[in-house]
Design a protein around this ligand. Sequence first.
Ligand SMILES: C[S@@+](CC[C@H](N)C(=O)[O-])C[C@H]1O[C@@H](n2cnc3c(N)ncnc32)[C@H](O)[C@@H]1O
Length: 459
Amino acid sequence: MLSLPEAFKNKLTELMGQDEAGAFFETYNHHKALGLRVNNLKADSDLLTTRPEFHLEPVPFCSTGFYYDNADMPGKHPFHQAGLYYIQEPSAMFVAETVDAQRGDRVLDLCAAPGGKSTQIAASLNGSGLLVSNEIFPKRAKALSENIERMGISNALVTNETPERLANYFPGYFDKILVDAPCSGEGMFRKDPEAIEYWSPEHVRECARLQAQILEQAYLMLKSEGILVYSTCTFSPEEDERMIESFLEKHPDLELLPIEKKFGIEKGRPEWTESNDPELSKTARLWPHRLHGEGHFVAKLCKHGEAPSHKEKFANSAKETMLKDFRQFEKQTLREKLNGIFFYAGSQLFLLPDGCPDFSKLKVVRAGIHLGEQKKNRFEPNHALALALPAEAFQNTLPLHIDDNQWERYLHGETLPLESGLKGWTAVTIEGFPLGWGKAAGGILKNFYPKGLRRRGLN
Ligand SMILES: C[S@@+](CC[C@H](N)C(=O)[O-])C[C@H]1O[C@@H](n2cnc3c(N)ncnc32)[C@H](O)[C@@H]1O
């Protein structure tokens, strides 16, 4: 059993009562639940469920979620590098299900790194609308950006901003906002035992102060009739029901919406708040002793009041004359011409989503698809382009297969021998799914798998 802080044990025992607390603490004798979520932007679940290397059982509250077996090691499988799934704690999958993003929505994920929920929201948007995926810490924003790239997401802006600066930029802009708040992480003690070290009653209070500030900024960015989902991975009422209680008090135009309670998902606990308002039982709690997953809290709100107005300003496309080298590369490498808003950041070229807002004053880490770099008189593609398109989009492919070790060599950065007379930019695929670029010449494939992603050892 994990060694839990005494104050945490006493608090939860007092809240839950001896009987329930007994069942709850018993879960700390067991391993955390392991989950992965299939990326519907690229593949169907059948692709994984029918493969012998995976032993998957459906997560009941997420149609693309699966529990996997410890021996499966999905992080080491090349399908992971190809972005066919995201390894995600099962309970966490319920949060983006609650956001329920619809085609064409403008969605903000305000506290997004490393990107579990953003990548799930993007799958629901299926390339339409806009996802602004924000992370305040630069290092975490980079990891988020890499995951957005790996999953082949074309309609996201990854920003590295404070909630306050974003709120100045996007007043009343979003249809849906997710605040997956930084929290005391009590629900993750089995997954991330480090969270135990940080835990203290003072830390819980600090988190609650920060969450209230973040929620205020989210409120400003929400359209009238927009939906706000608030979630934490902690059990403390100060960060959960009481946070929603005081948020509702501050904003009477907010309505708490019911969340369906199925598959062991339970009601929020109004009895743990000041007001004891039964409305708060519309919120949801995911408990490790009630379902196979870690601890989470989720609330869903609708804003009925007026939202601050904003002037729409869109990003402009680069002139066609500036795309000469790109167009030549495109003609030689892709089967179809790409259309849309082309945007240069220095020599780097991006293809922005339709209706992309002007983001010139924001810290943007990634915008749409990173197509590549304009070099002197030629264009060099970026890894993101290989991952954003299906294999059929490329003129040249080098198909690799799981039962042959060539894919391991490719992911290590090695040059590959070629039997065919391939020439030029080539998408390397694994079982028909792009893994990255290579450049063919003289019977070998030069490896363009990004250095930072290369595998260091065979394991
Ligand atoms: C629970 S994690 C998000 C997990 C993420 N949504 C996912 O599904 O992968 C909370 C995030 O909030 C960020 N954060 C910390 N302080 C913040 C602040 N003051 N404003 C906004 N985000 C903050 C943390 O860096 C962290 O990445």
